[in-house]
Design a binder for this molecule. Structure first.
Ligand code: PLP
Length: 396
């Protein structure tokens, strides 16, 4: 049994209220929202209510919400649904693979892609975005919050640049939705991706905001569901769960819970730094979503730390779950200018709406001891002690 689940950026547990909202739609209220009989009408009503709730979370109108199967689908739709051979796309080096690999696919189809670097604080510079514009730039795709560091990108400034240049703007808000308030009108984006399971709704459902008038080629071909933009019988229980989680997220903001979550995260971070020497926060100087911290523990292999914490019942990760099988250092941290050693020594702790003070206390009880044990057997740490200095610059 887990004693502390701090990997909510990988997937967050379903809120009980969202599950209760979904339950009838598996059983007595099941139905196809396109059917003409009463059961179908009820399904349609529930679907449209959920659409309204997701729209409210984003400051959008319900007609601008397209339900999808999750974040990867939304990102892929946004990029491959807009970009044609000969078009130019501006994105960043720290996007999720859903964006990076869709951009790579766009390149193989004849598009050009510029991938911008970021600063040491984890943010992309709006000036770099402006400088990268070309006459054939069709799309700018910059994420709202990074999945590994939680750093929030200057997307309002980028939205203004896109508007001035008359270029389409997509933002991957998978790690921001439900954590920070979002207003699509302020951001001036044309497309915005969110994913259910990152905001305590079920897996396998998501939404893409498509600004009215934005012409998107569908990825899936079939029925006319979602106004022809996403064919396939709608995942009614999932969509209802997403609507419920979106509504709960709005209430959560109104109740000031985001600040409480940030305080919990900050306590974890502060105490870890105080109690464990040579611990660093990656991206700590930039604005961040309230739930995420990326901590670097000098001389420790992040993956070993994750495994040791697992033995104590603590779930954390070395970064994106999609890169878990990779032996390469986390690319987001490398893009921030960290050495490979620093990047390898980092662990992401991501809190959720259900994280308690007791869980944080428990992690803080375990962490110093586990880090000390790993340092005791670490050749890098030993080398550092012999030199009496920092391990920075030591490759691994
Ligand atoms: N975008 C970001 C920033 C993510 O963190 C993730 C998942 O980790 C995705 C997209 C993909 O979302 P999904 O797992 O719903 O496909």
């Amino acid at each position: 049994m887990d004693k502390a689940y701090l990997d909510n950026n990988a997937t967050a547990p379903l809120l009980p209220e969202a599950f209760e909202a979904m339950r009838p739609f598996f059983f007595e209220k099941f139905g196809n929202a396109s059917s003409l009989y009463e059961r179908g009408h009820q399904a349609r009503t529930a679907l449209e209510q959920a659409r309204g709730r997701v729209a409210r979370l984003l400051g959008a109108s319900p007609q601008e919400i397209v339900f999808t199967g999750g974040g990867t689908e939304g990102d892929t739709m946004a990029i491959l649904g807009l970009v044609s051979p000969g078009d130019h796309v501006i994105t960043t080096a720290i996007e999720h693979h859903a964006v990076l690999h869709s951009c790579r696919r766009a390149e193989t189809l004849g598009a050009q892609v510029t991938r911008l670097g970021i600063g040491g604080d984890g943010q992309v510079s709006p000036d770099d975005v402006r400088a990268a514009l070309r006459p054939n730039t069709r799309l700018i795709s910059v994420m709202m919050a990074n999945n590994e560091t939680g750093v929030v990108q200057p997307i309002e400034a980028i939205g203004r640049i896109a508007a001035e240049a008359n270029v389409l703007f997509h933002t991957d808000a998978v790690q921001a939705a439900g954590k920070i308030p979002i207003d699509v009108a302020r951001i001036q984006c044309h497309l915005l991706t969110l994913s259910g399971h990152k905001l305590h709704a079920p897996l396998g459902v998501g939404a893409l905001y498509v600004r009215k008038g934005t012409l998107l080629r569908p990825l899936l071909h079939g029925g006319t569901q979602e106004r022809g933009m996403r064919a396939g019988t709608e995942n009614l229980p999932g969509i209802v769960g997403l609507g419920a989680a979106a509504e709960l997220a709005v209430e959560w903001f109104v109740a000031g819970k985001a600040a409480k979550l940030a305080a919990l995260r900050d306590r974890l971070e502060r105490t870890a730094i105080e109690e464990i020497e040579h611990t660093r926060v990656n991206g700590g100087s930039a604005p961040r979503v309230p739930n995420t911290t990326s901590l670097g523990f000098e001389g420790v292999a992040g993956k070993s730390l994750v495994v040791s914490l697992d033995f104590k019942g603590v779930c954390a990760s070395t970064g994106s779950a999609c890169s878990a099988g990779s032996s390469a250092p986390p690319y987001v941290l490398m893009a921030m200018g960290l050495t490979a050693e620093q990047a390898y020594s980092s662990v992401r702790f991501s809190l959720g709406k259900q994280t308690t003070e007791e869980e944080i206390d428990y992690v803080l009880d375990c962490l110093p001891e586990v880090v000390a044990q790993l340092r005791a057997i670490s050749p890098i740490w030993k080398k550092r002690s012999l030199r009496g200095g920092s391990v920075e610059g030591v490759g691994s």
